[in-house]
Design a protein. Structure first.
Length: 279
């Protein structure tokens, strides 16, 4: 029989070892990939943008949720990030209004001190065959999908600090698929691809990397409003998708986190398709 004092000793030793193991576990918790980084995500009140904002915040970035009208959705996204231990604020402003964009970055720097990551996600889509497309549709899509990316990027880079940063443009699978019935949207997103490539060359000297993520069909509020998700059109799109499902905002967010982080430090000027294998 083991004497009582030995049992107590063994018990104390075991407790000490468990405490040490727990301390060690705390010490080896990996650093979050975007700790101390500040990210601005345009159009992140909902849809893919909200998913990206949540993904960046989960990796430690302080995130600015930009939106043009949906304040309630923006506040909800901010609340969700904060509840999960992250940092976020919402700033209203249209990506096509220069004074709004100037204020967006002024307020970002005032709150978080700098800007390291810009995600140009705000974008609009209207689908119609040639005879149904109007000049107004053309200007609406090119204004937000192209002019918005230029204006926002131009303002953002004024605030990036000497250590550089990462810009990620959200394009679309349409730039490689070129589907019928969306020629103007396709053209606007092809322009975004070429902006990525050109600006990667212009900004490399300042250690600012520029890449694109081009999603396939993703289940978002915008797609539901347009009657794409939950209709025969969705079935048609899924038949073209090897993985047989629509993407979720988180599927896109994970790739954006990669491009925002040091994991992609040797990548710039790239256009990554994230489509579930759409062809
Ligand atoms: N969903 C897809 O299947 C899919 C596929 C490929 C690419 N994309 C691209 O992914 C991006 C997001 O698409 P989504 O489906 O997530 O769209 P969504 O659900 O319609 O959300 C669009 C977001 O953009 C914001 N926004 C619109 N106009 C704006 C402006 N002028 N200034 C600032 N924010 C503005 C909206 O905010 P407010 O509501 O406040 O206006 C909203 O937060 C777009 O660039 C789209 O082209 C989407």
């Amino acid at each position: 029989m083991v004497p009582v004092y030995r049992t107590e000793l063994l018990y104390k030793c075991a407790c000490f070892k468990i405490k040490k193991i727990n301390q060690l576990k705390i010490q080896i918790t990996p650093m979050k990939k975007l700790a101390d980084k500040v990210a601005v995500v345009t159009g992140s009140s909902k849809g893919i943008g909200a998913g990206i904002a949540k993904g960046l915040a989960a990796e430690g970035a302080s995130v600015v949720i930009n939106y043009s009208s949906s304040q309630e959705s923006a506040d909800k996204t901010v609340a969700e990030i904060i509840e999960n231990g992250g940092k976020a604020i919402a700033i209203k402003g249209s990506v096509v209004c220069e004074s709004d964009i100037a204020r967006l970055f002024e307020e970002t720097v005032k709150t978080f001190g700098t800007v390291d990551i810009l995600v140009n996600n705000a974008g609009v889509y209207r689908f119609a065959p040639l005879e149904g497309i109007t000049a107004e549709d053309f200007h609406f899509m090119f204004d937000i999908n192209v002019r918005g990316v230029f204006l926002t990027t131009k303002e953002a880079v004024k605030h990036f600090n000497g250590s550089g940063g990462s810009i990620i443009n959200i394009g679309s699978v349409v730039t490689s698929l070129a589907p019928a019935g969306s020629s103007v949207y396709n053209a606007s997103k092809c322009t975004a691809d070429i902006i990525t490539k050109s600006l990667s060359k212009e900004l490399a000297g300042r250690k600012i990397r520029v890449n694109s993520v081009n999603p396939g069909m993703v289940d978002t509020e915008g797609n539901r409003e347009k009657g794409i998700i939950g209709t025969p059109f969705e079935d048609m799109m899924l038949n073209m998708t090897l993985l047989g499902r629509a993407g979720q905002p988180g599927d896109i967010a994970d790739v954006v986190v990669f491009l925002a982080s040091e994991d992609s430090r040797f990548m710039t000027g790239e256009v990554l398709r994230v489509t579930g294998g759409m062809a």
